[in-house]
Design a protein around this ligand. Structure first.
Ligand SMILES: Cc1cc2nc3c(=O)[nH]c(=O)nc-3n(C[C@H](O)[C@H](O)[C@H](O)COP(=O)(O)OP(=O)(O)OC[C@H]3O[C@@H](n4cnc5c(N)ncnc54)[C@H](O)[C@@H]3O)c2cc1C
Length: 489
């Protein structure tokens, strides 16, 4: 479909150039990139092709849905995980068909399904699209690592790690989350020590670990929860420590369903203190009336992006500094069966949460000694462990991310980090801002990378809405004003 480099030759024909200009390259085939590709094929003119590029073999899964552990559950009920907003039952209907074929009972819409199964669903959607007449032949799946991006008059060139160049008219960054930063107090050489693991979900994270050995998980968020589940599943008997500055663990989803409809939500103030007061009051009142605070938090969801965008810069900064940890644990919750296992591990004393700041991590040969200062009394404490797993959550400060594509985008000035260090600086229409603030007309982004512009851009219900809107926008760009006519920025 694509003749690499042909569009940059001085003797390239007009039709060669046009093919390239009608090509949209999507970098990353996790949930965001895959869903965007599907929507682009449905909305763009039949002359438009989509190249979906993924460095791993698992197109459609991304980081979240590649897990092979059936006990790593979705943290959103199945009934809210459809890939399509206008077909809210799609995932549940797919699950029912699967159950019918296997002769097993179909899960209820309120059930928390394994993340690997959701990955199968996304791959199924991709496969259906590849077979769809008129669309499948316009979709190219390309396995490879994009390490750079160049602008040419009228087109872009994506540089691949193996030396290939992929020409395109438009490119969308759907690169997802990056690994957590190195823990404070660890010297950079720690990454090479046998006791350190930078990725909670890698196949070797807990391999060759004595079942009685103490383990430290850095962080107390959902990645840590996954880590504890993996250890328990592997029959780990030794102590499991988790350490974070506040020691806040994600809350459990409600045991009983309670829903507040958008029409029942009172007018929301954008001033942070007034909003916080309102949410606390409403949550208290809901609980007094026999409902759950979860419903109050969930009721904000349709409004959070608007609230974020309406908030003044200083208010956003205050939210991130003081309220974010509290918001995160109430908003991104554990599935009930997972919460029950975590509670049992805490009650038995096998799982312990420490609250403090890491001061130093010392290499002890077959393990590490971690010195930290306790938040409660400022005293120093040391944990000696056989393994440290960094579960500190995704690295978002693009100045510190070592990924080659990110380094290249920043070095060439094609992109810049957002001022809050939540991701890249992106417009409300998902266009990437260059180092000088110019809005790109060729480079766009979807998914967690765009968090600074939307705040809530982590979970499937938000990403699916964003993919739809961006596909609509890009379809209009290629239909009304072909990239040929768009001046390069
Ligand atoms: C462990 C975990 C559990 C989660 N659970 C849920 C849940 O239950 N429900 C929910 O709604 N949300 C959940 N989320 C949120 C999740 O972020 C989104 O649902 C969604 O999966 C994000 O998809 P993505 O495609 O943007 O990112 P990713 O899944 O990170 O995918 C990005 C893809 O891009 C590829 N890539 C990156 N850079 C390049 C490059 N330069 N060249 C080629 N390929 C590249 C990567 O290999 C990767 O496959 C979870 C997230 C995590 C991390």
């Amino acid at each position: 479909m694509i003749a690499p480099r042909s569009c940059y030759r001085s003797d390239a024909t007009a039709s060669e150039r046009e093919i390239v200009q009608q090509t949209i390259a999507v970098i990353g085939a996790g949930f965001s990139g895959t869903l965007l590709a599907l929507h682009l094929l449905r909305r763009c003119p039949p002359t438009t092709s989509v190249v979906l590029i993924e460095r791993n073999s698992g197109f459609g899964r991304g980081q979240a849905y590649a897990t092979g552990n059936a006990n790593h559950l979705l943290n959103v009920p199945a009934g809210r995980m459809s890939a399509f907003r206008d077909r809210p039952d799609d995932f549940v209907a797919w699950l029912q068909r699967q159950a019918g074929a296997d002769g097993t009972a179909a899960p209820a819409p309120g059930a928390f399904i394994s993340r690997g199964l959701f990955g199968n669903y996304v791959r199924h959607l991709l496969e259906v699209e590849r077979q769809a007449p008129g669309r499948g032949e316009r979709l190219l799946l390309l396995q490879g690592d994009v390490v750079g991006l160049r602008k040419h008059p009228g087109s872009l060139a994506l540089l691949m790690a193996d030396g290939r160049e992929v020409p395109a008219g438009l490119a969308v960054l759907a690169v997802g989350n990056f690994p957590p930063e190195l823990p404070p107090g660890a010297d950079p050489g720690a990454v090479d020590r046998p006791w350190y693991r930078p990725d909670p979900w890698a196949p070797d994270t807990f391999s060759e670990l004595d079942a009685d050995a103490p383990v430290l998980l850095i962080g107390t968020g959902l990645s840590t929860v996954d880590g504890v589940v993996s250890l328990l599943d592997a029959g780990h008997r030794g102590p499991i420590h988790a350490l974070s500055r506040r020691g806040l663990l994600p809350r459990s989803h409600a045991r009983r369903a309670d829903v507040i409809l958008p029409s029942q939500v009172p007018p929301l103030p954008t001033a942070l203190s007034a909003l916080t007061r309102l949410v606390r009051d409403q949550a208290r009142r809901r609980v007094t009336q026999g409902g759950s605070w979860h419903a109050v938090v969930d009721a904000l969801r349709p409004f959070t992006q608007e609230l974020w965008q309406a908030m003044a810069h200083d208010e956003k900064a205050r939210f991130l500094r003081h309220l974010r940890p509290w918001w995160d644990v109430h908003r991104h919750r554990m599935a009930v069966p997972v919460a029950e296992r975590i509670e049992a591990a805490l009650a038995s004393g096998q799982f312990r949460i420490h609250v403090g700041r890491i001061r130093q991590i010392r290499d002890e040969g077959d393990g590490a000694a971690v010195d930290f200062r306790r938040r409660a009394d400022g005293q120093e404490e040391t944990l000696t462990v056989a393994r440290i797993v960094n579960c500190a959550g995704p690295g978002c400060d693009y100045d510190r991310i070592r990924d080659p594509l990110v380094r290249d985008l920043l070095a060439t000035g094609h992109a810049r980090p957002d001022p809050f260090r939540l991701g890249l600086d992106i417009t409300g229409a998902c266009a990437v801002r260059a180092a000088d603030g110019a809005i790109s007309r060729r480079i766009f982004a979807v998914g967690p990378v765009t968090k600074a512009a939307f705040w809530e851009m982590t979970a499937v219900p938000d990403i699916r809405r964003q993919c739809e809107a961006l596909a609509e926008h890009l379809a209009a760009v290629v239909a009304v004003s072909p990239p040929l006519a768009v001046p390069a920025v």
